[in-house]
Design a protein around this ligand. Structure first.
Ligand code: HEM
Length: 149
């Protein structure tokens, strides 16, 4: 995927440097994305199971995800600054995340991304990239149904 760098130079790939971080509107844009994501999760019937896995008060979850995504997009490492090191699959190991939970999470993200008015190629790129850690979480997570099968 390519974007204009705004200065007439050759377009940069979203994966290069902090191009994704900038395309997402830096920290204010990512905070807005995460606020939309959790609002949508609260609204969607298919997301109620994953919502219930969270603490009742979502303010820390919102802060953690927004900070994490800033670093994940090669912006400032705000999660590490406040909460320390994290490995995403490991952080979800205690949760029962199968394909349905993964799809519900990604569906909330897809709608939240669509609300942000991002460049359409960035919206596609971002959702595709988020699938990678989401799949890893399914692989490592505690899923009683699959375990017992
Ligand atoms: C695959 C579907 C996913 C589900 C169902 C899910 C669910 C959750 C839940 C329930 C929590 C709160 C855990 C707790 O407070 O005990 C959480 C935390 C978190 N999630 Fe996810 N998540 C998913 C995917 C992702 C992805 C793809 C990312 C990153 C790109 C992510 C980033 C985070 C972060 C940074 C935290 C905070 C972890 C911590 O500090 O302990 N999650 N997730």
């Amino acid at each position: 995927m390519e974007i204009e760098d705004g200065q007439g130079r050759a377009p940069a790939a979203y994966g290069v440097g902090d191009a994704s971080y900038r395309a997402a509107g830096e920290r204010p844009g990512i905070t807005k994305l995460v606020d939309a994501f959790y609002r949508i999760m609260a609204e969607r019937p298919d997301a109620q199971r994953i919502l219930r896995m969270h603490p009742k008060d979502l303010s820390v979850s919102r802060d953690k995800l927004a900070r994490f995504l800033c670093g994940w997009m090669n912006g400032p490492k705000l999660y590490n600054e406040k909460y320390g090191a994290i490995r995403i699959p490991h952080a979800h190991e205690h949760l029962p995340v199968g394909p349905e939970e993964r799809d519900a999470w990604l569906a909330c993200m897809e709608v939240a991304i669509a609300e942000q008015g991002y460049a359409s190629d960035f919206a596609v790129y971002l959702l595709r990239e988020l699938r990678v850690p989401a799949e890893r979480i399914v692989e490592v997570s505690r899923d009683p149904v699959r375990r017992d099968a």
